[in-house]
Design a protein around this ligand. Sequence first.
Ligand code: SF4
Ligand code: SF4
Ligand code: SF4
Length: 501
Amino acid sequence: MAVSYLYPEYEAARNNDRCIACRACERQCANGAHEYIADKDKMVCNDAKCVNCHRCVALCPTRALKIVKSGSVYKQNSNWTGRTIDEIYRQAGSGGVLLSSMGNPEAYPVYFDKILINASQVTNPSIDPLREPMETRVYLGAKPHLIERDAGGRLIENLPPQLRLSMPVMFSAMSYGSLSYNAHESLARAAEKLGILYNTGEGGLHEDFYKFGPNTIVQVASGRFGVHPEYLSAGAAVEIKMGQGAKPGIGGHLPGTKIIGDVSRTRMIPEGSDAISPAPHHDIYSIEDLRQLVYSLKEATDYTKPVIVKIAAVHNVTAIASGIARSGADIIALDGFRGGTGAAPTRIRDHVGIPIELALAGVDRRLRDEGIRDNVSIVAGGSIRSSADIVKAVALGADCVYIGSAALIAMGCHLCRSCQTGKCNWGIATQAPELVKRLNPDIGYERLVNLLTAWQHEIKEIMGGMGINSIESLKGNRYMLRGVGLNEKELEILGIKHAGE
Ligand code: SF4
Ligand code: SF4
Ligand code: SF4
């Protein structure tokens, strides 16, 4: 008999007094964990197949199910944790690289949770956002250093192309292929309704979604999947993906099993072939090379669209950003090491890169010190979880943020972290038709609009509390932030004082 070294991480605890053997859980679990034993008229569960996605729990009509952490634990200690032992067993069994999805779950500091926001008292009164106009609109793109007027005193309008957003939030790059058609439709419709933008990621643009062009960022990644002149012209902006926070320094890989039908056509690669984006762009080995691509894309779009360069937050991010700000790019997107992914090697996801808060503060300060902050707008991403995170990011220097995981959670994602399997029980990170239809795009759209409408209200309330009526006045305004429990170096990099100072 073969020895199983691995213990199930979760157990489906079924209350047999409540279970009516309706078999809904069996139908809902794409991992095949639940099974009906006819001769015993009984449901059983193979816990080893459970990824704790909560689909069966949510749809059990009698609330008979709950998923609990497995009671079987390895003989672990602080050094050899259960997870470490588990991963060694897995690799000893497979000989392969460990793969994971979503963002870095490790217990590194979350700086947003160690930063507090200021509020007005007495001399600088707060503003009531229900009665006073509050401006959350932002424009992304290079700004002129000087205001110029002609001989007649008229303003010379030489503003480079700008993106207009109703609030400082966009949906981050998530490709069609890694996400389902219905998830993409939800994002595109919500972006249009909200007056913000969503991002194709590196998978090209499905023909049905060209109509959302004014609310679309089209991405150009190292694999160049789905990139052609109409695609570039379809969006409101073009994003060059140089790096991704979840996997800095490596490329992407969408398995051939997901390259079917429309995904294959949209990416312009054969069905069943793995979509592998190389780690580097094979034509970019310097800022000068990057500049060539920036201007090629501007040329291809008749200089009508801002060009974004997206990089992962790594140790020398400030120097890289300085180069990008001089490359002709209009916007820099910084992606912190907690950023999500459809699939990444676990070791890369969990050990490479730096937190977005430190990267953002460092880049904003360096660009200001060098007098080139207005050359570019900054978009910060990598686990923005709430309106408070957005306010803190803006005060640390961001013009706007990207949200990814939060948008997926709004659509029903339960963070089971198994997107890489293609068996998303919530119809989000899958191409299996029977799973895709579980996400109703009308509901996905509505929930995304609700989430960001709620966040916009909260942003206005926080701004009002600070006595600020325009989000632009908050940008880089570190005086509005204080640290708690941070050391001198951390405070210095963030550019904020400690609470009490
Ligand atoms: S969904 Fe609930 S009631 Fe139906 S078989 Fe499963 S545990 Fe029993
Ligand atoms: S994987 Fe999801 S649907 Fe399947 S048993 Fe676990 S929680 Fe239920
Ligand atoms: S998108 Fe789906 S598979 Fe991925 S973490 Fe969320 S629920 Fe799990």
